[in-house]
Ligand binder design. Structure first.
Ligand code: GDP
Ligand code: IMO
Ligand code: MG
Length: 434
């Protein structure tokens, strides 16, 4: 059996997973999403075209077979819209290019309305895509699976059972839900369109890996948004760590070989929750603007801060990284000084090099920084040249202080940095040691 590779976000999401998956997808046969839903926004810039994918795995950009596993929550209207967008850009996705597991749960319009109406969700700053409410129904065994969805009579039956309760739930929250007859009509139409994509992803993967095919799992969100191990309750509702690939796609742990953690050269977070290294000053503003740190899904401004090494080490504990890919290094150009959090001082005065385990501790802890020299501004054209030189020279092509920054991070985190990314395009990447 050929082992699969997993790509996971090492921070709070938006680390550049889409870009790295696209780069790696060149050597893959199957690309698989296994958790999350249309809350994700993965940006790929290839051959001058920018793709923003939410539900469809990044493999479609290279025409690789892409699969949506049972652990995803799938909004059929969002999927149809995404398919239409790709078709309009000349990428027609057929059932040969995309498969959806029969067991994948469907996000209903009421789920999104409940997500938006709930005060608690507003406080968390969710994406409003109905992710939490859809996973609640899946766990409560009251949800609609993709298999139910594509059989008209079952869909009608399931909607008839569910609609009334959802409307009442929404009324209690002071929200408004869509009309049940309207949902049924819309869903029957969507189901007819999407039915050809239904398949058994878990079985297909088993057969593919046994025959030596290369499989890449594309994580969404990030490690510190994990429902169990993130900054609860400021998390998403799925398992975002590498283990999530097994339970979400239906493959055994022994099927996983490489685990690629994606980390920005700094940190960002969208929505609420602890962020100890957050910058609330002009430097933060500068990084935000230069890095175009606005959400791919909601357009919200991302919070920005320095790189947090204890956070990355904790990610490594949870995911077992075999490689780290450091992205957006170019965004830090021109800053006179860069800071890296290497430990924490807790409320009682004790020092630790561990990430505080609870939100309460994290809120009251003070990050301890080291300062490293910044690197010069070389501009977009300069970074393109560095990328070209990097093909022969590896990290040695980087400006001296930028290389030192990468090496420092590698040493502090204790995981090999396999690549440094220096622009949004597919080619803007340097591999270590080449
Ligand atoms: P994902 O959710 O992890 O796939 O990340 P997003 O796509 O939400 O956000 C990452 C953003 O950074 C996207 O706009 C990418 O095009 C962009 N990006 C990725 N890598 C780099 C890089 O190395 N440098 C720059 N400047 N932008 C990058
Ligand atoms: P990608 O895959 C960054 C955040 C939301 C909110 C919390 C819960 O592009 O990295 P949810 O709607 O999931 O219930 O919201 O999680 N969040 C993300 N932040 N990138 C994402 O995805 C995210 N998906 C959800 O902002 O704080
Ligand atoms: Mg994103």
């Amino acid at each position: 059996m050929r082992k699969a590779s997993v790509v996971v976000g090492a921070q709070f999401g938006d680390e550049g997973k889409g870009k790295i998956v696209d780069v790696m997808a060149g050597g893959m046969d199957l690309i698989v999403r296994y958790q999350g839903g249309a809350n994700a926004g993965h940006t790929i810039v290839a051959d001058g075209v920018t793709y923003k994918l939410h539900l469809i795995p990044t493999g479609v950009v290279r025409g690789k077979r892409s699969l949506i596993g049972a652990g995803v929550v799938l909004d059929p209207a969002a999927l149809a819209q995404e398919l239409e967008g790709l078709a309009a850009g000349g990428k027609e996705i057929t059932p040969a290019g995309l498969g959806i597991d029969f067991r994948t749960h469907v996000v209903l319009p009421w789920h999104a309305a409940i997500d938006v109406a709930r005060q608690a969700n507003k406080a968390i700053g969710t994406t409003g895509r109905g992710i939490g409410p859809a996973y609640e129904d899946a766990v409560a065994r009251t949800g609609i699976t993709f298999s139910d969805f594509v059989q008209a009579s079952v869909l009608r039956e399931r909607l008839a059972v569910i609609a009334d309760g959802k409307q009442k739930q929404l009324q209690l929250l002071g929200g408004h839900g869509p009309d049940a007859a309207q949902v049924e009509a819309e869903f029957l139409e969507l189901a007819a369109r999407l039915a050809p994509f239904a398949c058994d992803v878990s079985h297909e993967l088993s057969v593919a890996m046994a025959s030596g095919k290369a499989v890449l799992f594309e994580g969404a969100q990030g490690t510190h948004l994990d429902r169990n191990f993130g900054t609860y309750p400021f998390v998403t509702s799925s398992s975002t760590t590498s283990g999530g690939a097994c339970v979400g796609a239906g493959v055994p742990p022994s099927a996983i070989g490489e685990v690629h953690g994606i980390a920005k050269a700094y940190t960002t977070r969208v929505g609420s929750g602890p962020f100890p290294t957050e910058l609330m000053d002009a430097t933060g503003e500068r990084i935000c603007e230069k890095g175009r740190e606005y959400g791919t899904t909601t357009g919200r401004k991302r919070r920005v801060g320095w790189l947090d090494v204890p956070m990355l080490r904790r990610s490594h504990e949870l995911n077992g990284f075999t490689h780290i890919h450091l992205t957006k290094l170019d965004v830090l150009e021109g800053l006179p000084e860069l800071k890296i959090a290497v430990g924490y001082r807790l409320a009682d005065g004790t020092q630790t090099d561990l990430l505080p385990a609870t939100v309460k501790e994290m809120d009251s802890a003070t990050p301890q920084f080291i300062s490293v020299p910044g690197f010069e501004e070389i501009g977009e054209a300069g970074w393109k040249l560095v990328a070209q030189e990097g093909i022969a020279k590896g990290f040695a092509a980087l400006p001296e202080k930028a290389r030192q920054y990468v090496e420092k991070v590698e040493k502090l985190v204790g995981v090999r940095i396999a690549s440094a990314s220096i622009g949004p395009e597919r080619e803007s990447i340097i591999w270590a040691g080449k």
